[in-house]
Design a protein around this ligand. Structure first.
Ligand code: GEK
Length: 241
């Protein structure tokens, strides 16, 4: 493992009270390891999202990576692009995250912005990336965000969305949730780590069913919604006007 990928053991020790999860300095330091061991299919989704974004981009095109963290999907997109005039803008409201992203910045076509994606202008974007971010946005605000994206992005633009999803059928939900915990244990997280992380995320990460996503995307004005990947209860969609 490279020194770049420090092991996540944030929840390894028992805590008296587990505070709500936030994208703090501690999390940023272990983020690549944390997300790869927690999100089924993460590496595949990032690389393929980059490919889909690059394929959709015209010469001189613009990509907005909303909730970019350290810019993994931005870099995956640029890896497929030879166009020196392409522009990728990563936006995140975690100051430690953006500070670290800027420190590691290694492509002149990519810029990082510290800001709230709810306030971000995405005018003229050919591709908008929302990878595992909508689930952290207040459910009441999600439709407004998607409507703004739909109205501001290029008329033939593409939104690439990845999310954890839940199921309205309780036995499907239990089966998938348990499979996800097993996935995390198989990646080296202890029972305690899985359960403390779950408590930390309880009020912060609110997931929807695929049907709810489809309803809201349609209400925002999108008509083409294709699920292109799913691993357990984590799914990715290509979305177009
Ligand atoms: C990846 N896309 O590697 N405005 C801006 N950023 C926000 C907001 C907001 N309102 N809310 C949350 N974030 C990345 C992974 S991580 C997913 C995305 C995860 C940011 C938050 O600071 C964090 O960096 C990111 O969204 C979610 O593909 O950690 O599970």
């Amino acid at each position: 493992m490279s020194s770049d990928k420090r092991t996540d053991n944030i929840y390894a020790k028992a805590r008296q009270a587990v505070a709500d999860f936030s994208f703090s300095d501690d999390v940023v330091a272990v983020f690549p390891d944390m997300i790869a061991r927690s999100v089924p299919g993460y590496d595949n989704v990032i690389a393929t999202t980059g490919l889909l974004a690059a394929e959709h981009l015209p010469i001189g095109g613009k990509v907005l990576d909303l909730g970019c963290s350290l810019g993994a999907t931005s870099y995956a997109t640029l890896a497929y692009l030879t166009d020196p005039t392409a522009q990728v803008i990563g936006v995140d409201n975690s100051e430690p995250m953006i500070r670290e992203a800027k420190r590691k910045q290694r492509d002149p076509r990519l810029s990082f912005v510290h800001g709230d994606i709810l306030e971000q202008d995405v005018s003229g974007a050919n591709v908008v990336l929302l990878n595992y971010v909508l689930q952290f946005i207040d459910p009441e605000t999600r439709l407004t965000l998607l409507t703004n994206i739909r109205q501001q992005m290029a008329p033939d633009g593409m939104l690439l969305l990845s999310e954890k999803i839940c199921y309205s059928n309780p036995s499907h939900q239990a089966q998938m949730e348990q499979a996800h915990w097993a996935f995390k244990r198989a990646n080296g997280y202890s029972e305690l780590e899985v359960s403390q992380k779950r408590s930390a995320l309880e009020n912060v990460m609110i997931v929807d069913t695929e049907a709810e996503h489809r309803r809201r995307l349609a209400a925002a004005g999108f008509t083409q919604i294709t699920r292109w990947f799913q691993c357990l209860n984590w799914a990715s969609f290509i979305i177009q006007p």
